[in-house]
Ligand binder design. Sequence first.
Ligand SMILES: *Cc1c(COP(=O)(O)O)cnc(C)c1O
Length: 416
Amino acid sequence: MFLHALRRQRIPLARWSPARFIATKNVISDPMTGELMPSTPDIQPHRVEILRNANPATPPPAHTLVFGHTFTDHMLAIPWDAVSGWGTPEIKPYGPLQLEPSSTVLHYAQTIFEGMKAYRAEDGKVSLFRPDMNMKRFNSSARRLALPTFNGEALLDLIKHLIRIDQHWVPKEPGHSLYVRPTLIGTQKAIGVGPPNEALLFVIMSPVGPYYASGFKPVSLYGTTEYVRAAPGGTGAYKLGVNYAPGVLPQKSVAALGYSQNLWLHGPEHELTEVGTMNMFVVFSKDDGTIELVTPPLDGMILPGVTRDSVLTLAREHVSGKKRLQGLPDKLIVSERTVTMKEVKAAVAAGQLVEMFGAGTAAVISPVDRIGYMGEDVLIPTGEDGMGQISRPVWVELIGRQWGTIPSEWSVPVTE
Ligand SMILES: *Cc1c(COP(=O)(O)O)cnc(C)c1O
């Protein structure tokens, strides 16, 4: 749009932005659409330069770990600019970034992230869980913010290299893992709103304990209607930094009311969307004894979670008979459809709400026991130790595949 407007006014690109003018030397136009596309180098894993940390730390005892507080000895950094594309990848000591105050990330929130975990199996081998999904989503977030995209496999190669260098940071203790946090920021040193001509991709890693130290403590939710997390046509389906800062105040206000998370409701019918920063599932029973596992559809407001997809896939493989999960009912329906608070309340009243849970990489499965909604508490049944009849068998299979006790294609080896 902007470019067309400029052309119409015959303003030479050079006068508008010298940086972008230089960039046009390395821009080709798409033969199909005429759209300008960069022709610069992609991420090149073989060019990685490694600078070892001269003062490596000792990983702290597993039981002292607090989520996201401790980082490993090394980080990965890959610079990008519009003229020369992705630059030399560097694995170097974890440490502060140098940014100019004019960096666009600091003004317009040009920042996206991913979250995934490396797991250590009993035999000591380290693996990642479905990292291709994270690479795909990372690229989709980058595209949404007009940040540079990249070859996901090339980045994954470098992430594996980083993990191998810091592999003694992957905890051995049950339930513990190494949280991997890829981030991409716009670092253009000029405060114009536009696609940045410079960017920095970095990856840091943090050893983490189990989300719940003692069993599965169910969470209470507050049905939030006064704030929205995502809206149709908005950015809820992408892991953009800008989606999270506005959620902190609503989180604080529900905590003050004694609830642990926001249940983000959408529209006049109060459709359930997500729980805090997790996807959500509701399980209903029907008059004929059929059980239905429901999660809201990927309609642009829902973050396409890897855990969400894994829960759906495992449940569907059970139904199709590809892999039966012990404990799951035979008569199971798996649905991606809208659920409203009216339906949830009616099911609770009829004794037909089986369970409800959040799903995400950090907590894996997080049972829900209560929803504060329009001045009352809607009580949600939970299993004996929190997890219910559907979530437990799915969780058992899921963590088995994550830690490699159940072999699957989802587990991607990092070390030999
Ligand atoms: C990251 C995230 C999830 C969960 O995604 P996973 O890939 O399963 O970790 C769900 N909702 C939101 C808003 C998220 O940011």
